[in-house]
Design a protein around this ligand. Sequence first.
Ligand SMILES: Nc1ncnc2c1ncn2[C@@H]1O[C@H](COP(=O)(O)OP(=O)(O)O)[C@@H](O)[C@H]1O
Ligand SMILES: [Mg+2]
Length: 308
Amino acid sequence: MIKVKGLTKDYGARRAINNLTFDAEQGEIVGFLGPNGAGKTTTMRILSGYMPPTDGEAVVAGFDVVTDSIEVRRRVGYMPETVPLYRDMSVYDFLKFMADLRHLPNAEDRIDETLELVAMTDRADGYIGNLSKGMKQRIGLAQALLHRPEVLILDEPTIGLDPGQVVEVRELIKEIGKERTVLLSTHILSEAQNICDRVLIINKGKIVTEDTPENLQARLVGAERVILRIRGEQDDLPLLLKKVKGVEDVEPRSDGSVEFAFAPGRDVRPEVARALIKEGYDLLEMRLVGLSLEEIFLELTGSEGKGN
Ligand SMILES: Nc1ncnc2c1ncn2[C@@H]1O[C@H](COP(=O)(O)OP(=O)(O)O)[C@@H](O)[C@H]1O
Ligand SMILES: [Mg+2]
């Protein structure tokens, strides 16, 4: 369980997070979605008991992060953005080292269980330096899980992984999240939507909005832009597109393609395709392009009229 009220952190004159209020229950995976510099890492370090806030309160696993930071650290598993791993240690020795730091009783059993959980048992004797990025990430997760924490805080756990590894780590997090409270950060919308039960969108130190992935999707439907490419001359294309009902924001691009958007909830691609074919164009490409986080913020806040 995580309960945060009015959390604020200043680095000197710079306010990194500003009056954050949210909570996360046991069995819930909550995502922190925001661009670089949004304040994700700052918040996570505070919630892990490694840095005090400037103002506000946070209770994690029943303990206050300021007055009971040691109790918090006992109950939280924290996976930082870059896990400090010792290349020259074996996987097992590294986890033993981490278990000893935590004064874990029956460390050997815990390590075996954890290796099993992250599917690294057969790598226990291998050197960390020889592991793939995906496996290192799993060791990062393993060290966060060693003491069976109630609360897991994972800072960009899939960053730098190849697509196959991303899927593996996501599945692992979902599995682990069934019985614990998980707060994870990401700057990828689809990742937040894929893993989380609830998404908090954070920008410039503030929570912009909070919703379930399903509702976020509904709020963003049709917000995607389309890139269209035809064979040959495209000069008349913008004019033609503008005649199709629902097509908005037509813009020729420098590479010879044309970009347009459509009104929320109204995918006009079939109509566009019909209109093009009717006019005798050869359609080479029509693809949806994802929104940037900036565009998502605009979309989500603009439509509610509460932008900052
Ligand atoms: N140790 C620090 N000293 C000064 N400013 C910092 C420090 N850490 C982060 N910041 C600033 O605080 C803001 C939030 O950073 P951070 O929490 O790392 O965001 P995120 O993890 O979302 O990228 C940024 O503007 C960043 O430059
Ligand atoms: Mg960060």
